[in-house]
Structures are given as C-alpha cells and as structure tokens.
Design a protein around this ligand. Sequence first.
Ligand code: DLL
Length: 434
Amino acid sequence: MYWNKEMETIDRESLEKIQLERLQKTVVRMYNNTKFYHDRMDAAGVKPEDIKTLKDIAKLPFMDKRDLRDNYPTDTFAAPREEIVRIHASSGTTGKPIVAGYTRNDLDMWSEAVARCLGCAGITAKDTVQVSYGYGLFTGGLGVHDGATKMGCTVVPTSAGNTKRQLMLMNDLGTNAVCCTPSYALMMGEYIRDNGVDKSNWPLRVGIFGAEPWTEGMRTEIEALLGVKALDIYGLTETVGPGVAMECIEGQHGLHMWEDFFIPEIVDPETGDPLPDGELGELVITTICKEGMPTVRFRTHDLTRIIPEPCKCGRTHKRIERLKGRTDDMLIIRGVNVFPSQVEAAITGIPGIAPRYMLIVDRVNNLDTLEIQVEMLPDLISDSVREIENLRMTVKNAIEQILGLGVTVTLMNPNTIERSEGKSKHTIDKRKLL
Ligand code: DLL
C-alpha cells in the first residue's frame, strides 16, 4: 500500500537529481546560518559551491552528537527562532539533552515520511492507530501521531504505560495498528498471556516497532503474543525522529530509507571512509529537506549495511538492514566484541526461557567477567534442581557458542528483570564505576 506511489517508486536518475538540488541547498543553509558548521567547512577547505555532484558529499565534514552538545541548546539551528514551531529532545552523552528544532515545513516533511511508513505496513485512512510511544520531548509519540493524522487514520494517543487500559482500549475501539517500542510490545503480549485478556474480537493486525534494537527472535515472539505482523521502524531525534526508514510488510526484510529526505552513507567506524553498498559499517545520514536543524553527514553510531538488491514491494528507496547495534553499545569483554542483541539471538527459541536478559560486566582481579541474567517462563519452571541446572547449561552453551566467550549464566524467576515502557536497558557495566 503506497502512500505516495510516485515518490516511493521514483527512478534513480530522477531521485538523484532531486537529492543533489536539495543537498546543495542544505549546505548553503548550514554554511550561512550556523557558525559551527561554517567554521568546520572552512577548516576542511570546502565551500558550498564545491558540491557539484552527489559524490562530493564525501568532501563535507562529519557531524555527531558532540556538536549538538557543544552548541547546546540551539546554536545548531539554521532557521530564525520565529520559524521554529516545535522542540524535541533526547538524552545526550552528558547531563544536558540533545535539542532539535523544527519549522512548519520540517513537521510537514516528517509527517509525510511517517505516512509513507504507515503505508509500508499496509495501513490506510480506514485504520485505527494506537500510538503507544511516549509523548513529549521524545519524538516517538508526536512523530507517529502527526504522520497517522496526515494519513487520515483514527489516532488513539494512549502514550506508553497503563498496559491494562491500553489493551482494553485496543479491543473496544477496534485498534488495527499499534506503535511502540518492541520491548513494550513484548510487555503487552506477556500481560495478555498472563492475565487471560480476551482476544476473541482482537482487531490488531500490525505493529510498528522501533526506537531500540530488537531481533528476529523477538519479532516471532511479539507476533505470536499479539497476533500481529511486526515491522521495524527507524529514526533518531537528530535527523527528525521516527520515520527515517521503515520495513515494508511485503518484504519484512530491510528498512526503506526515504532518500528524497535523507541521504544514507555507510562508513568505516574507525576511519570514516565510505564503504560500498552491502558492507557493514556505521550509518551516516544527511538530511536534505530540513530547515530548523539540518544534520550534514551525521554519525549515527548505528551499525548496519545497505541492502543492494531491489525490494519486491517495488519501492526504489534503498533499504538498510535491521540495526546490528551501536558502535558505542558494543562491549569489549576480554578482547571480544559483544553485542547485547547476540545474547538475545542466542536465548530466543530455548524452551522455558523468556527473551528477557541483562548483561552484567565487571572486573575481578583485573579480569573482565560477564554474568548474563536470563528469565525463565512462568509455566515451564521445573521443581527439579537437575532440570534447572540442565536448562542453565543449555543457555550457557548457546550464548558461549555465539559470543565465543566464557560466561556465567544466572536463571532468574519470571518478571524479575527490569521492565520498561520505553527503551529497555540490557547492560550494566560495573567496570565504568571503578
Ligand atoms: O528513538 C526515534 C524513534 C522513535 C525511532 C520511535 C523509531 C520509533 P532517539 O531517542 O534519538 O530517537 O534514539 C535514536 O535509537 O540512533 C538507534 O540507536 C536507536 N533506534 C531507533 N530505531 C531503532 C530500530 C528515536 N528500529 C537511536 N532498531 C538510534 C534499532 C533503533 N535501534
């Protein structure tokens, strides 16, 4: 179901023409209206008129979260304050948040991007969409809300939390689509399972989940518990919020990035050198339609690759693969790189084990230790010590095989690992406290 068929299926030559025009305009805006990027371009010896082709993007200096921190709160804005109609924020690397400003045109572009994403999920104006992302400074709630409103859906802005009421409204109002973090989707699913929620008239068809890493194992679990097709949506505050890229229901593999709004690049996280399509690296995004706070070659720290093959849905915008983790989420334990999502992949599918886990990293006698707490499913708990020990060893072997690292596994009672209505936390690194 296309929201904007003409743009979603545009041929590459026409798309690249639009991209170049918009890139050039964005660079002029940044050079003229923001001191920090003006100085950075001068230092790199590049002028706006040097951007003659799309390839010239590589001449431009990078930006990252540090720039937003150093120019807190609004010195990264490239439009006068009277044109800024909305502020959002997300957590920064220090005590101060990252602040993003949007003009009216930015909000229009954003809701267009989200409407296309909803179309990817097969949603139309006839559908009722429950927005269970948090509303407020976080971009999830209002971002999806505006896109669903643009499409003409019946929007139910429940925000996150109060699971019992969420589920009652879902059933009573005939909600067809739910939008929330995958961990909250799982929490709702567990609530349904554990509280015998009546699903006889269950209207839910599709879920749009993002804002945090998740895995294929989690997708299977959520789809079974909620009775939906689960789709992945990506975005970040610095580039707009949710809606930068979205999986289509036809392919359920890879997220289409709206390239008339965002130019993706994949670079080597160490060197910043561009990598060819298909190779895993750090995603760098340039916004080419934003006015309030454009980001040029923004280092997302998100690891993915561009899928070179065309998608069967017919959309021509490039796909990025489900995110692999963040360059800064990666733990190095005894010299081995560990992604929390690897642990999740290892434990999902093991009978008796819930997809709930916590990595606890410590250092004992100068040696890194990794304890992994994993939750057992309530109805499969055994009273036999031997059976529990066997289960623990199964989990330990599965994790060690994937990580290539010796770990301690602790089986936890059901519902003891911290739940979250927003982004869930999977790591406690005690080494940093030393
Ligand atoms: O999380 C925006 C968003 C809201 C996206 C709702 C999707 C749905 P931030 O709070 O700025 O913005 O966090 C952005 O979250 O750089 C990724 O590391 C991570 N992230 C976002 N979407 C996904 C996803 C919102 N689908 C950061 N899979 C990003 C994995 C994701 N990680």
